[in-house]
Design a binder for this molecule. Structure first.
Ligand code: FAD
Length: 462
């Protein structure tokens, strides 16, 4: 039963329609893509920054945690109300506020869906490149809070490379505006970038200004597979050295290839006996002429490394079949287990082959399938440890495998999370990478923004 005093104060800010407190309503805000669940005490839906600020002041007064939530699609538990309190859902702050065509920026409310922004911009001849596979439902606020990446990061960068300015409310209830619509801005510390990837622990964003680009006129795809990992690696490295590097350089390992072929039926995939140890989906974008030139150049380079299969496509039908096959990897993995431990490690690109060999050893050692695919140009490997959730011993071995993989990642100079964030899923592993002093520095930064520790407590570190 909701505490009447708090409920009445929430109603005074949001009105009766924008406060939830019944269990069956709260359940809808208790989970994300991790399959973990924590029930909030209340859910509220602000319309603007002043309401967010009023909420924070109320939460300070009642010592209530407050947890931001976009679409709840996170893979690290960021939007889960670990310690109860108020979930603040940004779904009603979903307006595109300003398209500044002269300066090439767009300002949006935090709850705007990435894919809706893309559509809006495409119609007007512009382009916002960050493209997490969740773009059709994840929000810009959630993307900024996690610094979401995606396939096109190899050419364009990730969310942080596009955030110019953020209006946020700190844990003290203060409204601040960071950054500016300028390319150059070195006035003091870069608080914009501190907010990017802060997982709702430093401030709640109301408005975000993003850099935009002219829309590429055209794109083409190449599908290339290699029987030998080393050849595939060398071919991909050669593509990355080009001035006109690919706008996408996705890879799948042998088990991912088999899994998709088994799951996803398409004329293109079925008609060609695609196999190998390393498969790449490569995109060129630009003007028609640039794309044609790049595809010729990429094909020549790839042919120099004896691919077992090479196919390029400019037709919309084939391109969507290829991208649908890419999207089918995750669901196709269910044949390997009904539960997975999903890791999004990133290693320096030149360590990818070593990491893949290590992953094979871990898989053999623990007797569990470890299936890998990801974004080659970012060294970002999605490592899927596939398990049977009813087999307790197997799940324990999976957890051990995860620890070994994260330790190796750090040994190779990589990051335990390339794009999904730490949340509550990986916080115990932060010490693999950072010493006590470093973590204390981060905690002190949090204290400066959130003196009462009410913003998403228990995430990133305890
Ligand atoms: C099928 C699928 C595919 C995915 N593919 C990718 C991918 O390719 N790349 C990738 O990077 N991720 C991917 N993800 C993970 C996820 O979609 C991203 O992390 C995304 O950025 C989360 O956005 P969201 O709106 O769902 O945020 P949520 O999950 O709701 O929240 C994520 C974090 O942001 C905080 N937050 C949300 N809104 C705000 C705000 N306004 N102010 C401050 N903090 C806020 C939350 O507190 C939480 O810590 C995928 C997820 C799924 C389910």
């Amino acid at each position: 039963m909701a505490d009447n005093i708090i409920y009445n104060e929430l109603k005074a800010i949001f009105g009766i329609d924008r406060v939830l407190c019944e269990k069956e309503e709260l359940l809808c805000y208790s989970y994300d893509a991790t399959t973990k669940e924590f029930l909030p005490d209340y859910v509220v839906f602000p319309f603007d920054v002043n309401e967010i600020s009023s909420l924070i002041k109320l939460c300070i007064k009642h010592k209530l945690p407050v947890v931001g939530r976009g679409a709840g699609s996170g893979f690290s538990g960021g939007s889960l109300p670990l310690k109860g309190g108020v979930v603040i859902s940004f779904t009603k702050m979903n307006r595109i506020l300003e398209l500044d065509e002269e300066n090439m920026f767009v300002t949006v409310e935090a709850g705007v869906i990435n894919g809706e922004l893309k559509l809006y911009l495409t119609d007007k001849g512009y382009f916002y490149p960050p493209d997490p596979a969740s773009y059709e439902f994840s929000t810009i606020g959630g993307n900024v809070a996690e610094c979401a990446g995606g396939p096109r990061a190899v050419k364009y960068g990730v969310t942080k490379d596009f955030v110019a300015s953020i209006r946020a409310v700190t844990g003290a209830g203060k409204i601040i505006e960071t950054g500016s619509k300028t390319v150059k801005d070195v006035a003091g510390y870069n608080l914009t970038q501190l907010f990017v990837g802060s997982e709702g622990t430093l401030g709640l964003f109301s408005n975000i200004t993003l850099k935009i680009l002219p829309k590429p006129a055209s794109n083409s795809l190449i599908l290339a597979s290699f029987g030998n990992v080393k050849d595939g690696f060398n071919a991909a490295i050669s593509l990355l050295k080009l001035r006109n590097r690919p706008s996408m350089l996705e890879f799948m390992d042998e088990l991912s290839i088999k899994s998709v072929k088994n799951y996803f039926k398409s004329d293109l995939i079925d008609a060609n006996n695609i196999n190998g140890s390393f498969l790449f989906i490569i995109e060129a974008d630009g003007t028609e002429e640039e794309v044609a030139l790049s595809i010729r150049q990429y094909t020549d380079i790839l042919n120099g490394f004896s691919p077992s299969f090479l196919f390029s496509s400019h037709s919309d039908k084939e391109k969507s079949a290829i991208m649908d096959a890419r999207k089918a990897i995750s669901p196709s993995l269910r044949i390997y287990g009904n539960f997975k431990i999903n890791n999004d490690i990133a290693v320096p690109v030149n360590k990818i082959v070593e990491m893949l060999s290590f992953l094979r050893l871990v898989s053999e050692k623990h007797g569990i399938p470890v299936i890998n695919f990801g974004h080659f140009g970012d060294g970002n490997i999605h490592v899927n440890i596939m398990l049977n959730k009813n087999d307790k011993d197997m799940v324990a071995r999976g957890e051990e495998a995860k620890s070994e993989i994260l330790r190796k990642t750090v040994d190779l100079g990589g990051s335990i999370s390339g794009e999904h964030g730490i949340g509550l899923i990986k916080k115990e592993f932060m010490k693999l990478k950072y010493g006590e002093y470093y973590i204390d520095l981060m905690k002190n930064v949090k204290k400066a923004f959130d003196p009462y520790n009410i913003l998403n407590p228990g995430k990133i570190f305890d």
